[in-house]
Design a protein around this ligand. Structure first.
Ligand code: ADP
Ligand code: MG
Length: 281
């Protein structure tokens, strides 16, 4: 069952000068065809300006296609009657946690989404508890968000989306502003959502090591899908990744260089453990 599907999706930004005259057109998404299945963990990679955020904003009807079509759970995003269903089914988490948290207390913040949806009070509290537990933030429920670290705040944002019971969560570089610890916390929480809660995850990132656990990876370049495959397939194409200006993880790079020197190794080594095992060390 496909949860997000795009057909020949094109999006163009129109740039205007101060007088409102058209200065130029940027084609940010260029003929993208995607079919994401319910329950998948999808990663979207790409350097800055490759069109990732523009694509993501089509997945919960923040932007509408210039050309082509997007369906969320079978609903065309241009169907105005379905807007709120689409926004509830496909939740979005952005880069900066400070712009997403509005409550004075963690549990109150997480409750805003379901409250706006008209969920009965008792159920709101159940959802708040289950969502905070799912991201490992339940013990902070009475805290003021501004007392939390970046990684903790971002997990509260994720809980806020989760409390709306979405089928799909789109995370647009959720770890870009976090330190390595915060990044690990958030990625662990995101994997849990997918594996334990069964939520479809679309993780946009430019950190290669965050895509290791994805079922499928898409690499964007100039608005197009330039590569797609499993993490292992993607990581085995070191030269192509470099051309797309992506940093290959050091261990993958090392394995690749060893292989070039004639050492027998499988393609697409993802972790230090795999490399050690392959080298029989
Ligand atoms: P990414 O998220 O991969 O960094 P974006 O989707 O933000 O890429 O941007 C894709 C392209 O669209 C870039 O060339 C960017 O400059 C352009 N772009 C993004 N947002 C706007 C905007 N609001 N107006 C005009 N151009 C934009
Ligand atoms: Mg972006």
């Amino acid at each position: 069952m496909s949860i997000i599907k795009t057909k020949n999706l094109v999006f163009e930004y129109i740039r205007r000068d101060e007088e409102g005259n058209v200065e130029g057109i940027t084609r940010a998404v260029d003929e993208v065809n995607l079919d994401i299945r319910q329950g998948d963990f999808i990663a979207i990679l790409g350097h800055n300006g490759s069109g990732k955020s523009t694509l993501a904003k089509h997945m919960n009807a923040i932007l509408y296609p210039t050309d082509g079509t997007v369906w969320v759970d079978g609903k065309n995003t241009q169907d105005a009657d379905e807007l709120w269903n689409i926004r509830q089914e496909a939740g979005m988490v952005f880069q900066n946690p400070d712009n997403q948290i509005i409550g004075q207390v963690v549990e109150e913040d997480v409750g805003f989404g379901p409250e706006n949806m008209g969920v009965p009070t008792k159920e709101i509290w159940e959802r708040v508890e289950e969502s905070l537990r799912a991201v490992g933030m339940y013990k902070y429920r009475k805290y003021s968000p501004n007392k939390l670290s970046g990684g903790q705040k971002q997990r509260v944002s994720i809980a806020g989306v989760l409390a709306m019971h979405p089928k799909c969560i789109i995370l647009d570089e959720p770890t870009a502003m976090l330190d390595p610890n915060g990044r690990r916390e958030v990625i662990r929480a995101v994997r849990g959502l997918n594996q334990v809660e069964g939520v479809t995850v679309i993780l946009i990132t430019h950190y290669m090591e965050e895509i290791i656990h994805a079922d499928k990876v898409f690499v964007m370049d100039q608005g197009k899908i330039a590569m797609e495959g499993t993490p292992r397939e993607i990581f085995s194409k070191v030269e192509e990744l470099k051309e797309l200006r992506l940093d290959v993880p050091q261990v993958t790079l090392l394995a690749y260089e060893l292989k070039k020197k004639g050492i027998m190794l499988p393609d697409g080594i993802l972790t230090a453990e795999e490399l050690l095992q392959a080298l029989e060390l």
